[in-house]
Design a protein around this ligand. Structure first.
Ligand code: ME8
Length: 518
């Protein structure tokens, strides 16, 4: 059977900044989606990469007295190392300085030009160098860039233009006819309003610097970085050759770059006669302890350091659970530690260690058997409490969980799983296995512990996209050899798959409690 494909991307990151929490956030979110879709049986292509051209990179390199490509090489190494450290499962990493990318960009340019959509004119407007963006007088805020509030400069130069205005009505129609195309809803409305104000033709070349892809037949011009950068999504899937993975199912980006993805990109694609991506999702921004994150304030959160201090899954979990995806949020170490302790150390970690300790103590470290009919309402040994937990897991990990994952409501999906974890911990209190042991009620005790162990096994599948390393470890401690990464979940999560007699292998605590800031 042909596997269903799923193509998901991160933005490609600029190489004149070092990786921070913003980069980690987008990339972890895409990793969660990619791992989830893979568990669901999709053939997933997960693309990330680096955006290496442009005036900013050229200038940063000049200041450092190195070539732009040397700067890019260094920063790309840092990104790649970080992705490894964060257990990012990308299938490809595209660099805009690679041949395959440049060829694709040139081809897209020529195609758009052949449609009559590129012409030579003169550009004059306000330009924000740090954002690589032109602004009209009207858009400026207090004479500064409306995005970053830094000073802008007046630029006038010959420039090629893309006839974006031609696509205004078609784009609006597409957005209206495809309600999921731009998400979340509030961001979609911003884009609709922006388009309604009128799309101007877009300047797509520069003559004021040279670090970029030269315009075919007019090498004084290099292409505008966004024309260059956006094309990465096509280049990686083989454009202009056959592209089985195109159109992309999902571009996840930060809210600051939605306009480029939801207006420029679709109009380029329309001009080239290519199908549009299915969904563009813009996530919110993190502030840090209530303040904007910035190098000058010195409050930039370094993901590398977070992993060293607290652990990779603790960091991944917090970013996905802390704030509803799509909204802005505040990053505070105090809240991070509180959540790590409550949800991971006391919640999930405790459930695992208590369950496995009791299996060690009462059943010589082997998964106990299930007597006949333990989950029938009339079971003579009385297992209503265990039945209740089993029903909850079936309810909470069914359609609702999938719905939340498909809508990228990660924190809601996690809440569903935590309902089960909390109930499982309560089930231990309610059934008091230590009393059953003392009273010699072994049959009943085996139902309780089987139910808890099976709950843990199933939970591991649902949390795997978020915390892959720890969930592999849970399965290992439960004595299961198969790796989650190689499994499809729909079959595996059926209740009762955990085999009686499996030898468990308890390890050290999965999520140690954080007593103080390390
Ligand atoms: O924009 N909180 O690259 P970039 C959350 N090269 N997210 C944040 C953040 C914060 N405080 N700060 C930054 C580019 N981000 C282009 C993309 S794609 C064809 C080209 C996010 O390195 C930001 O929203 O500036 C963006 O998604 C990414 O980190 C930074 O991308």
């Amino acid at each position: 059977m042909l596997q269903r494909r799923f193509y998901v991307t991160t933005p490609i990151y600029y190489v004149n900044d070092i990786p921070h929490i913003g980069h980690a956030y987008t990339t972890i979110a895409v990793d969660v989606v990619a791992r989830y879709k893979k568990l669901k049986g999709y053939d997933v292509l997960f693309l990330t990469g680096s955006d290496e051209h442009g005036q900013k990179v050229e200038e940063s390199a000049r200041k450092m007295q190195i070539k732009p490509i040397e700067l890019a090489d260094r920063v790309v190494d840092r990104f790649k190392n970080l992705w490894e450290k964060l257990d990012i499962s990308n299938s490809d990493f595209i660099r805009t300085t690679e041949r395959r990318h440049k060829d694709a960009v040139i081809c897209l340019w020529n195609t758009v030009k052949s449609k009559g959509d590129i012409y030579l004119g003169t550009y004059e407007d306000w330009y924000c160098k740090p954002c690589e963006t032109f602004w009209t007088e009207k858009q400026l805020i207090e004479e500064s860039c409306p995005d970053c509030r830094r000073p802008v400069e007046r630029l006038k130069e010959p420039s090629y233009f893309f006839r974006m205005s031609r696509y205004q009505e078609r784009l609006l129609r597409h957005i209206n006819e495809n309600p999921d195309f731009i998400q979340p809803e509030s961001k979609k409305n911003e884009i609709i309003n922006f388009i309604r104000e009128g799309l101007r033709d877009l300047s797509v070349s520069r003559t004021s610097f040279s670090w970029g892809i030269p315009v075919p037949d007019d090498p004084k011009h290099v292409m505008y970085v966004w024309f260059d950068a956006l094309t990465n999504y096509l280049a990686a899937v083989g454009y202009p050759d056959e592209m089985p993975y195109w159109p992309a199912n999902l571009h996840i980006i930060g809210k600051d770059i939605l306009r480029f993805h939801a207006i420029y990109w679709p109009t380029f694609l329309m001009s080239a006669g290519l199908p549009l991506p299915q969904k563009i999702f813009a996530h919110g921004w993190w502030t840090v302890e209530g303040q904007k994150m910035s190098k000058s304030i010195g409050n930039v959160i370094d993901p590398d350091e977070m992993v060293n201090r607290f652990g990779v899954d603790q960091f991944r979990y917090f970013l996905m659970r802390g704030v509803p995806f799509g909204q802005d949020g505040d990053f505070s170490i105090k809240v991070f530690i509180e959540r790590t302790n409550s949800d991971l150390a006391n919640g999930l970690g405790n459930l695992l260690s208590r369950t496995l300790s009791m299996i060690e103590k009462y059943f010589e470290g082997k998964i106990p058997s299930l007597p006949n009919g333990p989950y029938d309402p009339g079971c003579p040994i009385g297992t209503q409490r265990e039945m209740q937990l089993k029903s909850l897991i079936e309810e909470n990990t069914g359609a609702d969980f999938d719905h939340f994952m498909d809508k990228l409501q990660f924190s809601n999906a996690l809440l569903k799983v935590w309902d089960v974890i909390d109930d499982a911990n309560r089930c231990i209190e309610d059934t008091a296995p230590w009393v059953l042991w003392k009273e010699g009620k072994t049959e009943k005790l085996s139902v309780t512990l089987y139910t808890l162990a099976e709950t843990l096994r199933i939970i591991a599948y649902f949390l795997y996209p978020f915390m892959p390393r720890s969930m592999e470890e849970i399965l290992r401690q439960l004595g299961i050899e198969k790796r989650l990464a190689d499994t499809q979940m729909d079959e595996a999560i059926r209740w009762g798959r955990l085999e009686e007699g499996t030898k468990i292998s308890k390890g050290s605590p999965l999520f140690p409690k954080v007593d103080r800031i390390p």
